[in-house]
Structure formats: C-alpha cells, structure tokens
Design a protein around this ligand. Structure first.
Ligand SMILES: [Zn+2]
Ligand SMILES: [Zn+2]
Ligand SMILES: [Zn+2]
Length: 760
C-alpha cells in the first residue's frame, strides 16, 4: 500500500504533559516516520506511513491522550509524501518565544508510578519527597515565565545529576522533559527549622523530627506545593485546640488530610461523586457530611456538620501521613483571608511564633496557590474555591473575541482573569483584598497571569463598586475600562461554564453587590446575556444598619427583618438575653426607625436574620457562618417532610416580600415549634417562591434556561429545592460546577462581558 503523509495539529494543554514522548512511542510502535514538535499553537505532527496506521495514531491522540493533557482540537491536513526513510523523531521546540501562548498546566498529585518508586527500598528515589514525572508534580506554582522549560521554573536552582539527565533526555522514559525532575542526589532537600528559623536537621532526619512532634501533639508548619500548611494530629483534641488558640482568630473549619479511602470513609459519609473528587489528581478538599462518632477533634470544624477531607498530593505528604499514621489537620498557613504563606523568610516571620518547628525545603514556590475546595451538590461536583489543581486551566468562551481583556474581579475571594483568543484564563484564589499581603498578591497576579499567557490587555473589566480596591486599581491602569454590575458578572460566569450564548433568567443571590442605583443588591432576578441585563425582580429592600457591622453581627439583620414583619418590640425577639446588651439592641432599633443604614435586597442577609431568629449565633467570625448553621439545622428534617409557607412570600410589582414568612416563623417559634422544622420550612418556602418567580418570568419571556448563581447557592438545600422545582416544569437549570458560585467567579463573568462587548 502506498504511504500517505498527514500534518496533524493538536491544541489545548499539550505541552509539559508528556505529549511528544507519547506521540513518539506510538508512532515508533506503528512504524511510522516523521516528527513531532511543540510550537506556538500546541503540538505539530508530520507523519508518513500506512494510512491505517496513521489512523490508529490519530485515534490514540483523540481517545487516549496522556493523563495530564487536555486536548482542545485535533485537525488534519494531507500532504505530498516525501518517502523519507528512517525513524520518527522528536524535534526541539522552535523557540523564539513562540511557545509563549501555550497554556501552562496545573499542579497534579503524585502518580502511582512515582509513589511506587518512593515506597521501593531498591529504587534510587526511595523516600525522596520531591519525586515527580511528566504525569505528575508541580507546574503552575513553579513557573517563572514561558516558554515552560527548566530554566523558566524555580527548578533552575538545581542542576540535574547524570542519572536524572539521562531520564530527561530519553524519549522512551517517563521523565522525558519532566522539568521538575529530581532525585536525592541533585534535587530539593528537606530542612527542619526551629521556630526562630535556625536549621536543625535535613533530609530524612528532618522528616523524622516532624513526625515525632506531630505524634506528640505539636504544631508544625509544612511547606508543600502552593504554600505552607499548619499541621496537627486531627484526632488530638488538645492539639487542635492549641492550633486554634495560636492562630487566634475565628471558627473557620480546618481541612483534614487522610491517607486513603478507608480512612476517609471512617470520618465522612461519601457518595460516588465525593469519592471521585477525593481520588482526582487535582486533589481538591472535598466537603462531606461528618459521620457520627468519627474520630476527629470537634475543634476541627466547630458547629458544622461537614468535614473537609483531602488526599496527599506530594510525596512529602505521603511520607508524613505514613509516619504519623493519623489524619492530619492541614490548614493554609495564614491568618484570616490573607494569602497562604509561601516565601521561606516570610514563613519564619509569620509562622515561627505559632509553631513548634517548620518542615521546609529549598524549592521555591513562585505562585502561591491555596487548596481548592469542592462539594457534591445536586448530582455533580461544585467548586467553592478554584485554585491549586484547577488554575490556570482555560475555559472556552462561547463566542469569538476581538480584544485581550484583563478582569480584576471583586473584593472578597478575589481572582483575576485574562481573555486570550477565545478562552478565559483565571488565576488561583487570591483572597480578600482588604489585607495588605493579599493586595500585594493581587498585584503580582495581575502582572504574572497576562505575561504567562502572552496577553497585553487592551481593556480592563471591573466591578461597579467604586470603593473596591480592584476597581480603583482598574481606573489607574490607563486602559479603556468596562464596569460590570456584580450580579450580571455572576450570571455571565455561570453561562460561560455551560457554553450558553442565549439569554437566561437568573436568580443571583448573595451577600452584597453594588447596584447601579447605589443600593446594595443581593436578591436579584435578572434577564441577562453577555450584552446586558434587566433587573426583572428583586427581594424587598430593607436597611442594613451599621454597614459591615451588620455582616459581623447578624442579630442586627434579625432586628431589621422582624421590624419589617411588624414586630417592633426588640425585647420580644429573644435577642437581648443571649449575651447581647439591651442598650445596643435598642440603639440599633432606633437607628432603623430613623431610616439609618443603606437599603439592601440581600438574600444572604435574610438567611443571617432568620438564623438568629431561630437561635443560631448572633455574632459571626466569618461571612455567612450563621446562614451555614441554619442550613445545618434544617438537615434534621427530611426534604420530603419539610413544610412550606411559600404563600407567605408574596410577589407583586417585581418585589418578592419575605416579611410575612419571617413573621410566621417568629410566631411558630414562640408557639414552641422546633427550630429545625422552621429552618427546613424557611428553605422550602424561599426555594419554592423564588423558583415560581423564575419560572413565570422564563415563560413570559420565552426563555428556556434559568441560572442559579451567587454565594447563597452554596447552600445545597436551597439549590436542590429550586433545581427540583424548575426541572419539573421542563426548564433547563444551569448551576455552577467548575466556576465558584461565590465572588471567586466574578472575574470570569467580567472578562466574558467585556470581551463580548469589545467584539461588537
Ligand atoms: Zn509521576
Ligand atoms: Zn538526580
Ligand atoms: Zn457576589
């Protein structure tokens, strides 16, 4: 049979993931000739041989690519056969900076092959904590610049030994062009440091000291892939209490790293999706219901029914867990929503005073990257924090774009995004910008991300809120700017992940976002697409007395909603006896009566209010803590048994008024109906009432899809009620999966809206 020749182009995340050796191995096995190389668009293959064998190669590219590759497209072109004799070759990249536009891949958990080596006393990588290969290891967190090769990473500090170099140069080897390739001979080393930073031991001895300390209740800082963790034995009540005391801040839950599935199942009830997420090489923290009697200290997640579990994702984690032989609290080493510590000097300065020692190493972390957080909700997995393992993987935009855009996100849970070609690339989770260290991290991300992707932004997109630091930053950039309304951005972010182009009806419920009328929105029913939005309906506005104080002290919102429901005597609401000063309560009541506080339509604040009225906490140490307790309270009641007072949420003239519902809840509570029953009824009522509004609007406008977005839809129970109702009526419901419903998704929506506008 005469030979044919085909030129094959593969796009997507196909560099730095072992794609060329993969092609080489198969082409050689199939006795094809030609070459493969990286270029500016991805991977280019020029192959010649029997047509059936070329088809087989093509099939493998599409159906069975290397594990870390994410193939965007494979296109073919016929060419004149050259009749070249010889073999198949890997050609060096045509550099000249042209690989600049190729995506950087994500940090990936240690693969089974590498783990087997780490566990094998006969292997030269036995117990080596930095073992990796082309199928696993750090990527985004070590990249300084592109093109992605060793000198452009923090591995440039290490010169490969002969054995490592041979692996690196051999196309048949699993470590061919694995940029972080290393061994104990030539690679990064562990160091044990005293709290004052003094080096005390290194290598396996450093690890042994850390294990000993953890086993005896100590607090250890551990340098990982994206930053430092603070570690303690998760089953040791005193150690966990001590960690909380030393961090001296709030009740935020700690994540727990477990060795394997058996261990995970002892702590939490895991469904199929949760298991799939735990074993996924992206290794998110997975929230799942804690099992009754599970051996985990109560202080790990105070007052919460869920635990955040995750699996080890570096060889160091595996060795540490094997040594301690207990689950470990592994919480980001930071205070409040400051960025995770990642720089060694900074770690000693910030963490030294609160730890018994630091298990550190000499591979620099260039981009700090917190652990991602996911939970199973409504039949799929939903990311609540999209960071390590997911950033900076691009998402396709469902329309062609005309200009490169930088989107600077919001204020809390900050991320930034760039539009490049027809994709949007989003940074790691940066945090809350009000902290100086987070602000510096934001500045770094805004520089680094466009540079990494070879994007020179021509437009900057930002939130409408004039006081957000990100907005002020955007104004200082000297670029044409696009202000995007907060909830419109939430809606667009959800449309992007579903590839939706046509208009949608959207329920955008969250804490707060700036409205064009200067009030604080947060309970919005929008009709929207990328070109614009209409505020078709919203929650009844009430005052928010004391601004940010109303977020920290949800009893203020309880007072406001009770008064909206006609219950004007604060002493009858049961607020004062629970540790509140009656004078303070009356002062806020007076403020509300005088019309003080900005108007808000926030559903998040309504949940806060009802939580307090049902006896949940009156002060919170992190946003939505009371609302999370309310959802937990409702879990005691099966959804099928939940009562509904949806008729007490009247809708007229575009305003949904929950005041009668609040009134009824207070009244039934006073009659002695259990708080759990009323918490369930509240969820049911708000879910049914808002689903009805969305449904009627969709039918009236002839729209077939409803988006659920905003931080309130992290509430699984509420989401499931709304989804069930809308599903029943035949509407398509679009919920968040890969993009967080909270403000971590804002920059994606902003980027899409600005890019769409620029293309028209
Ligand atoms: Zn590996
Ligand atoms: Zn080596
Ligand atoms: Zn928001």
């Amino acid at each position: 049979m005469p030979a044919t020749r085909r030129l094959i182009r593969v796009t997507g995340t196909v560099q730095g993931v072992g794609f060329r050796p993969f092609v080489y191995r198969h082409a050689t096995a199939l006795e094809l000739t030609g070459s493969v190389r990286n270029d500016s668009a991805g991977v280019f293959i020029d192959v010649e041989g029997e047509p059936a064998r070329i088809s087989e190669l093509a099939r493998l590219l599409v159906e069975d690519p290397p594990p870390l590759a994410s193939v965007g497209s494979v296109t073919f072109e016929d060419a004149e056969p050259l009749g070249r004799p010889g073999t198949f070759r890997i050609v060096a990249s045509d550099d000249a900076g042209s690989t600049r536009t190729v995506p950087v891949s994500v940090d990936t958990a240690t693969c089974a092959d590498c783990l087997a080596e780490v566990d094998d006393p006969a292997d030269r990588r036995y117990r080596y904590p930095f073992t990796n290969c082309t199928n696993c290891g750090p990527r985004y967190t070590i990249v300084l610049r592109v093109p992605y090769d060793r000198p452009s990473t923090t591995m440039a500090d290490f010169v490969m030994c002969d054995a490592c170099r041979r692996e690196y140069d051999d196309p048949q080897d699993r470590r061919f062009h694995a940029q972080p390739n290393a061994c104990a001979e030539c690679g990064p080393r562990l160091t044990w440091r005293a709290p004052d930073g003094a080096a005390r031991a290194d290598g396996d001895e450093a690890l042994r000291i850390a294990v000993e300390l953890l086993r005896s209740g100590g607090v250890v800082a551990v340098k990982g892939i994206g930053g430092y963790h603070l570690a303690v034995d998760a089953t040791d009540v005193a150690a966990v209490r001590e960690l909380r005391r030393r961090k001296a801040r709030d009740d935020k839950p700690f994540a727990v790293m477990v060795r394997d599935l058996a261990d995970a199942r002892q702590r939490c009830d895991l469904d199929e999706r949760a298991v799939a997420a735990l074993v996924d090489p992206r290794r998110p923290i997975v929230l799942a219901p804690r099992r009754a009697g599970a051996a985990v200290a109560e202080g790990v997640a105070p007052g919460l029914p869920d635990l955040g579990l995750f699996f080890p994702y570096s060889p160091l984690h595996h060795l540490l867990l094997a040594g301690v032989d207990r689950p470990l609290v592994m919480t980001s080493a930071n205070s409040s929503d400051e960025p995770i510590a990642h720089d060694d000097d900074d770690a000693v300065a910030r963490l030294g005073p609160i730890v018994d020692g630091l298990l550190t190493h000499d591979r620099r972390i260039h981009i700090r990257c917190d652990d991602s957080v996911a939970r199973a909700a409504g039949g799929h997995l939903q990311l609540l924090r999209r960071s390590r393992g997911y950033a900076p993987e691009p998402l396709p935009l469902p329309f062609p774009t005309a200009a490169p855009v930088l989107a600077v996100g919001g204020e809390l849970k900050s991320t930034v995004s760039v539009v490049r070609g027809d994709e949007v690339v989003t940074s790691h989770h940066i945090g809350d910008l009000e902290h100086l260290a987070t602000w510096q991290s934001f500045r770094q991300a805004v520089e680094h991300l466009p540079a990494l992707y070879g994007v020179t932004p021509e437009i900057v997109a930002h939130d409408l809120h004039p006081e957000y630091l990100s907005t002020k930053f955007a104004f200082d950039l000297d670029l044409p700017s696009v202000a995007v309304q907060h909830h419109h951005a939430h809606v667009a972010s959800c449309m992007v992940e579903h590839g939706r182009r046509e208009p949608v009806v959207a329920l955008a419920f969250d804490g707060l976002g700036y409205g064009p009328d200067g009030t604080l929105w947060g309970g919005e029913v929008l009709v929207a697409d990328y070109a614009g939005y209409e505020r078709a309906a919203h929650l009844r506005p009430v005052q928010m007395p004391g601004g940010a104080a109303a977020i920290r002290e949800p009893w203020r919102m309880a007072l406001v909603w009770a008064r909206a429901a006609g219950r004007s005597d604060p002493d009858q609401l049961g607020l004062a006896p629970a540790g509140l000063d009656a004078t303070a309560v009356h002062a806020v009541a007076d403020l509300v009566d005088r019309g003080g506080g900005r108007p808000t339509t926030s559903v998040g604040r309504l949940f806060d209010a009802v939580a307090v009225l049902l006896g949940c906490r009156k002060h919170v140490t992190y946003e939505a803590q009371a609302a999370i307790e309310l959802e937990a309270l409702a879990r005691a009641v099966d959804r099928d048994d939940a009562r509904s007072f949806a008729e007490d949420v009247p809708f007229a003239d575009g305003v949904l008024d929950p005041a009668p519902l609040v009134d009824r809840i207070v009244e039934e509570r006073a009659r002695g109906i259990p708080a759990a029953v009323l918490a369930a009824a509240f969820h049911e009522s708000i879910g049914l009432a808002t689903a009805r509004v969305a449904h009627d609007l969709a039918r009236a406008r002839d729209i077939d899809a409803v988006v659920l977005t905003g931080g309130v839809f992290q509430n699984v129970r509420l989401s499931e009620i709304v989804v069930r109702e809308l599903d029943r009526s035949g509407l398509t419901v679009l919920t968040h999966e890969r993009v967080p419903p909270n403000d971590g998704g804002l920059s994606i929506g902003q980027a899409a809206i600005a890019a769409f506008g620029a293309g028209r």
